[in-house]
Design a protein around this ligand. Structure first.
Ligand code: TYD
Length: 229
């Protein structure tokens, strides 16, 4: 399999500012002349976005943890075939908001399915595709959950003012113990794969976090970046 591009994933608890940081990195890479694809999981393709709706909808009741994990991988297999691998084959930089580390942290640790099942499924369904670099944004558990809730309440108010239905997604409804297990799961991955995973402290100013992200990308992948703002 030819891999001329670079695959960078963003990971972390809900509310650590992943999406903002990914957007900023994409802009800095594009300003330096790179071709960048921004995508996310679950989702990233038409089929994947349908799967995402089922996974996040709070009206999806009684979904078995194994079914949840299988749907995450179904979305991922489609995403790799349709978006990620073709872009890498064309030498592009793929930035992905969550990938298999999320499944290991949320389903493996959070839902207690264990890492082995996740890693086995990855091998079967994703082959040898691994990120060249994973940015793990780390913040205090309380701050991350608080930020995710505030963001969500705003979204709910917005959708209600438009006459739409809005509520917390299935994951945001989980309790603190669940998120503590997810955070521990991420910690274990970072410890196991220090060459791939860079833990970035996301507790300070957004600009400071951005500097740390850019530094990691330059150091690990030797990619040029330019910050315009
Ligand atoms: P999203 O609203 O995208 O959350 P965030 O903005 O914090 O990334 O919702 C995605 C949710 O799906 C998030 O709570 C994590 C969860 N998830 C898993 O549980 N397993 C996975 O493999 C992936 C990709 C996501």
């Amino acid at each position: 399999m030819s891999r001329r591009g670079k695959f960078i994933t963003f990971e972390g608890l809900d509310g650590t500012g992943k999406s903002t940081q990914m957007r900023k990195l994409a802009a800095a890479l594009r300003a330096a002349g790179h071709k960048v694809v921004e995508t996310r999981e679950p989702g990233g393709t038409a089929t994947g976005e349908k799967i995402r709706r089922v996974l996040l909808d709070s009206k999806t009741e009684g979904l078995a943890p194994l079914a949840e994990m299988a749907l995450m991988f179904a979305s991922r297999a489609q995403h790799i075939a349709e978006v990620i691998q073709p872009a890498l084959d064309h030498g592009q930089i793929v930035l992905c908001d969550r990938f298999t580390d999320s499944t290991e942290a949320y389903q493996g640790s959070g839902r207690k399915l264990g890492s082995e099942a996740v890693l086995k499924l990855h091998r079967i369904l994703c082959g040898d595709l691994q990120p060249d670099l994973t940015i793990l944004l780390d913040n205090d558990l309380r701050k991350s959950i608080g930020r995710a809730r505030r963001r969500n309440h705003k979204a709910v108010r917005r959708s209600e003012s438009l006459g739409e239905h809005g509520d917390e997604n299935r994951f945001e409804q989980q309790n603190r113990a669940f998120f503590a297990r997810v955070r521990d799961g991420y910690g274990a991955i970072a410890k196991r794969e220090p060459g791939r995973v860079v833990v970035v402290d996301a507790s300070g100013e957004k600009g400071e976090t951005q500097r740390r992200v850019i530094e990691a990308v330059q150091k690990k992948l030797k990619l040029g970046t330019r910050i315009n703002d």
